[in-house]
Design a protein around this ligand. Structure first.
Ligand code: MOS
Length: 766
């Protein structure tokens, strides 16, 4: 795929794993050689556009093509053109590819147009008139629960999960104090740098070839099989160079890919659909908003006795991934703490807004935000230090989670908390900040000018979180991921997996794991492009699973490959040249060498889907953040001064990339905490531009100091656990705690915009 490769320094094995080798795809990206979907030049291509509803709920009365418009050369497709099922296949399969007679959200696709000229295609889109009879819409979780209108089933609830352990009543009667609270978080846009983009072509054999910016080629593949009633062998899906995903390219590419394929199917021409930023923000998936109500029992000495957690998530108009996001949110809701008595009730409800979907963390940031805010309220009520309360209750080996999972190994909760407390000089720093804030207040009262006349206060907050790696429960068993390796003709090993590089470093990590086992440099290993025509289904690139689960399979394939070649050579293989030499001899004498490894459940892991009990994940990663903020009491702006974080990820295969994941996830968490707010008007996003949907830029990024803690997991490659989502969980509650330290006011809703903080300070009489 990559035509040119610049010379880079060769780092010799066996120092691949744990060494920050050159990034495999980095040179193509920085030299501009990498071709993103919109860069691909395809002769005869048409540009597709999507006609959408503009009302959040209604019945389609009439669709007409403006007779005054010149429709020559315009391809038009609607639901009647779909050769197979009108569904974007995922889990519940309730979302149509194109609306038939009703719309359930304001961005729902109804009809498609395409033309050679993108401006004509856009003009054609505007020349389609859709008449919709509006129906009463449900736009908030409160409206959904109040059954203002029924938009799903008889109670608007897509899914309800209850996780219970111990005796809640006894837990509360054992408590000296019972603390209640309600916490809210809003939508968040993934805001990958490259918008969604797909390209579809009919193939000569009557099938489809679909390429695009995506996380999960086999998800798109399965969806296309259903839409076009094609056998698996007639559909080919290839991931092109992808500029970021963060979960936002987990399920929606099946929709856009289906649209492009339908236009290609009808016209016989290749069709590209590239969203602009406005359409991408308005129509595609976002993080689920959540409302969490907590009641916690605690003893005077800080021992937690009971937690009653009620969670409601806004799923949007179709179920899509809501049940799974809800599940991850519920499983993580009690945080990395010992709760002898717990009840978690989680409901995902339907509203008439675009379906919410996967976003880094997948529900866990929402619930752990609430839980961590609540931990600070408990600490305040007890007059106990926030680190001490967490340390006293943090899980250790042998402790049991709400689903009944016994934590058997690699439990870094206390270690990451201790590291962050030490690095931030927690107690001394808190005292120093309190002294400075008090001095500023005294100075201001005596009308002396300090801080250039600005009334500034500082604060330091802490958080502790965990995150399971891989699919939940029996999910990995059901996925049954298959990875393969074989040999190129020139004797280079080639890794074949469906997992995608989306900016996080997947290809480099796979190359390192294979190289380590083969005892060759990482650069010697080739990674096949994720193309369903040439890689087996190693599962989706989601759920912090790629390194731990798929990387483990790649390492196993590589070990088996080396053993086979050494058996053939009847001697050990030393280095890349020797490997290539032996491999070529093998190919000449024996023919192709292909090694495959399929996921096997590690021993001792049990999960029961019916009762929601057992080992939710093979293992958890742990993170702690200490965040210092500065609040301007007049403008109510919050500036993040400094972040200290320690994260137990088992083993950093590539320390620079792992730290990059942590820094990026932390910044994304800071954006969620302080800046990122989608504003809605009648079910439509109105701030769908980068000028008014504000995310942190590099200029807003505070210094983020990362300490990677490595407590190895026996079933991860070289001990590795997940790192993809974990960093997203920790920042928001630490920011809220820091603001409370600075101002004395604990807010309960994020983002803490100046407007929201001003209201909270007023209500508190500050
Ligand atoms: Mo991810 S949020 O599991 O695509």
């Amino acid at each position: 795929m990559s035509p040119r490769r610049a010379k880079v320094a060769v780092i010799h094995a066996p120092s691949s794993v744990g060494v920050s080798v050159h990034r495999v795809e980095g040179v193509d990206k920085v030299t501009g050689a990498a071709r993103y979907l919109d860069d691909l030049v395809v002769p005869g291509v048409l540009h597709g556009r999507t006609v959408r509803s503009v009302v959040p709920r209604g019945r389609i009365r009439r669709v007409t093509l403006d007779p005054a418009f010149d429709w020559k050369g315009v391809v038009v497709a609607d639901h009647r053109d779909i050769p197979g099922e009108n569904v974007v296949a995922l889990i519940a399969n309730d979302q149509p590819l194109l609306a038939v007679d009703e719309v359930r959200h304001a961005e729902e696709p109804i009809l498609l147009v395409a033309h050679e000229n993108p401006e004509r295609a856009e003009a054609a889109r505007l020349a389609v008139k859709v008449e919709i009879e509006p129906l009463e819409a449900v736009l908030t979780v409160e409206d959904a629960l109040a059954r203002r209108a029924l938009v799903h089933g008889d109670d608007n609830v897509f899914k309800e999960i209850v996780i219970a352990r111990g005796d809640l009543e006894r837990g509360f009667s054992d408590a000296d104090l019972v603390i209640e609270g309600e916490y809210r978080s809003g939508h968040q846009e993934q805001l990958y740098i490259e918008n969604n983009a797909m390209l579809a072509e009919r193939t000569r054999d009557g099938g489809l070839f679909v390429r695009g910016s995506l996380q999960c080629p086999y998800y798109v593949h399965r969806a296309l099989e259903r839409m076009f009633a094609l056998p698996a062998g007639k559909v080919r899906v290839l991931q092109t160079v992808t500029g970021g995903g963060f979960g936002g390219k987990e399920e929606y590419p099946s929709m856009i890919g289906g649209h492009a394929a339908l236009l290609a199917w009808k016209s016989g021409r290749p069709v590209k659909i590239v969203y602009d930023r406005l359409e991408d923000i308005a129509a595609t998936t976002k993080r689920h908003p959540a409302v969490s109500r907590l009641r916690a029992g605690v003893m005077r000495d800080g021992t937690l006795t009971a937690l009653d957690f009620d969670l409601v998530m806004d799923g949007g108009a179709y179920e899509t991934l809501t049940a799974v996001v809800l599940s991850r949110g519920a499983i993580h809701a009690a945080g990395p703490y010992r709760w002898p008595n717990v009840r978690i009730r989680a409901r995902g409800v339907a509203t008439n807004t675009p379906p919410n979907g996967a976003f880094r963390g997948f529900g866990a940031p929402q619930t752990q935000f609430a839980l961590e805010c609540h931990m600070d309220r408990i600490a305040a009520a007890l007059g106990m230090d926030a680190v001490e309360l967490r340390h006293r209750n943090a899980v250790r080996i042998g402790d049991v989670t709400p689903t009944g999972q016994v934590l058997k190994e690699s439990v870094g909760a206390r270690q990451v908390l201790e590291r962050v407390a030490a690095r931030s000089k927690w107690s001394a720093a808190r005292r120093e900040i309190e002294r400075a804030n008090a001095a500023a207040e005294v100075a201001e009262r005596s009308a002396r000018t300090v801080n250039g006349g600005r009334r500034l206060r500082r604060g330091l907050g802490v958080s502790l979180v965990y995150h399971g790696a891989g699919f939940t429960g029996s999910g990995e068993v059901r996925l049954a991921s298959l990875a393969a390796m074989d040999l190129d003709r020139d004797g280079h090993p080639r890794v074949r997996v469906a997992n995608t590089e989306i900016g996080q470093g997947t290809t480099t990590m796979f190359a390192q794991l294979a190289a380590e086992a083969l005892r060759v440099p990482a650069e010697f290993v080739r990674i096949e492009d994720p193309d369903t025509g040439s890689v087996p289904d190693s599962g989706p690139t989601v759920a912090s699973r790629t390194c731990m689960v798929v990387g483990g399979l790649v390492a196993e394939c590589a070990t088996a490959m080396r053993e086979r070649l050494e058996l053939f050579a009847e001697r050990p293989i030393k280095g890349a040249n020797d490997f290539a030499h032996v491999a070529r001899r093998y190919l000449a004498a024996r023919g192709a060498l292909r090694i495959e490894r399929r996921y096997r459940r590690p021993p001792g892991i049990e999960w029961d889907d019916a009762s929601y009990r057992g080992d939710a994940y093979g293992v958890f990663s742990y993170a702690s953040c200490a965040i210092e903020v500065e609040v301007d009491l007049d403008t109510c702006e919050t500036r993040v001064v400094h972040v200290q974080t320690a994260q137990d990820i088992g083993k950093a295969i590539h320390p620079v990339l792992a730290a990059g994941q942590i820094e990026g996830g932390t910044l994304q968490g800071l954006g969620w905490a302080l800046l990122e707010e989608l504003r809605w008007k009648e079910g439509r996003v109105w701030n769908h531009q980068l000028t008014n949907y504000i995310i942190p830029t590099s200029a807003d990024a505070p210094p983020i100091e990362v300490e990677i803690v490595e407590i190895p997991y026996s079933h991860g490659p070289h001990g590795a656990k997940g790192v993809g989502e974990l960093p997203m969980d920790a920042p928001a509650p630490a920011v809220v705690a820091a603001i409370a330290h600075a101002t004395g006011v604990a807010v309960s809703e994020i983002p803490v915009t100046p407007e929201r903080l001003r209201r909270a300070l007023r209500e508190a009489g500050r």
